[in-house]
Design a protein around this ligand. Sequence first.
Ligand code: BGP
Length: 473
Amino acid sequence: MKHKQLKPFPENFFWGASTSAYQVEGANLTDGKGPSCQDVKKVPEGTSELDVCADFYHHYKEDIALMAEMGFKSYRFSIAWTRILPQGTGEVNPKGIEFYNNVIDECLKYGIEPIVTMFHFDMPAALDERGSWGNPESVDWFVNFAKVLFENYGDRVKYWLTINEQNMLTLVGPVIGTLHLPENCTNVIKEIYQQNHHMLVAQAKAMCLCHEMIPGAKIGPAPNISLVYPASCKPEDIIAAQNFNAMRNWLYLDAAVYGVYNAILWSWLEEHDATPTFADGDEEAMKNAHPDFIGFNYYNTATVAHEDGSIADGEFGGDQQNGVGASGFYKSVRNENLPKTEFGWEIDPIGFRSTIREMYSRYRLPMLVTENGLGAYDKLEGDAVHDPYRIKYLQDHIIQIQEAITDGAEMLGYNPWSAIDLISTHEGMRKRYGFIYVDRDEFDLKTMKRYIKDSGYWYKKVIETNGADLSND
Ligand code: BGP
């Protein structure tokens, strides 16, 4: 059989990696930073607090130098809202502004493109007390924060991401420590989708503001997109897959790209008496916003089957990649064709290609991979970390991006999770993703020294050859 000729990765492809402020920086109350919801939440038992993390706050120069050593073309990081505005609104903290000026300048010094996420799971605690995204004023809080960022960093930052994984905030908020529910909430679905609506409008307004304030800047959303498979070719299972695709994926991209609500999801909200209230101008704001690209995180696909009504509505459970279901709508099932990581997430590189194809067919925008990666228990041996399992995972996924490019998709870059070891959303320090190992344990801070893992040296060669050489010898 003749092998298909794969198209090369585009020139100027953003090979890099990602982190988020609350998971990597530490120094969570240092130099005027206010607490975020992550700093006041109760961390899951047996996992580290978020006060030190990888201590990137004090090691950023060394860390960015290591990224440069691996040849990174981009670094996707988030800005902690409460470093900039300790109370979420009001006074700007000059030390916070200075820190990200330094991070950005350090990246640019090495020719690394800074790709900035404006919000990654870290609502200011002061705003949480005022109702978080449930408060209609949250739209203005976010737009005000966006303005401060564009004013201060717009001269150097040309790639912006609005809200990281808004779909996960909505679907599994309690797992990542972000859900704020008012006392005596009688319709949880309505409350959550009202919060979701405020985020959609805030995002739309921030995208418009970015285009107004920073000529030439590009901005896009960053949801977690996983194509949903039906458990079988039974027609009922196909409907369930369409339902969960609408709820997990297309709601977020239809709103960001076309400024409209996904019809399937909207009727599900109607059934639950949970359609969000639109304030004056919301509809117009959503229609006016046009992202330049789609940023998206991909870890694996989801598989679902018909649900006969036995699951309770509004039930939480699972995590970003392991769902539960919604009554009469869909129920998550295990895909027996796929292996799992040590932490129970399925691994599906081909699903990466089908997810990209589907997104491109629907939205026709260039796409930037903002996360992908393997969480594992890594071990420091001498001064080396041998992680062939991670290399394999990354190889298998990168080749599928190339397949998708060959299928016609426009891809801007690949920024897997994570540049450096950091704290997981709910599984502590032991679940590592980094190209750079940080010598600390869950509770013992040890030396905090950094070591490039085998995967980091391998990635260096991938970047040098612009993805032409993915081998590991
Ligand atoms: C994504 C989040 C990240 C990150 C990653 C890995 O959902 O955007 O913040 O942590 O998943 O997840 P986890 O840390 O749960 O393994």
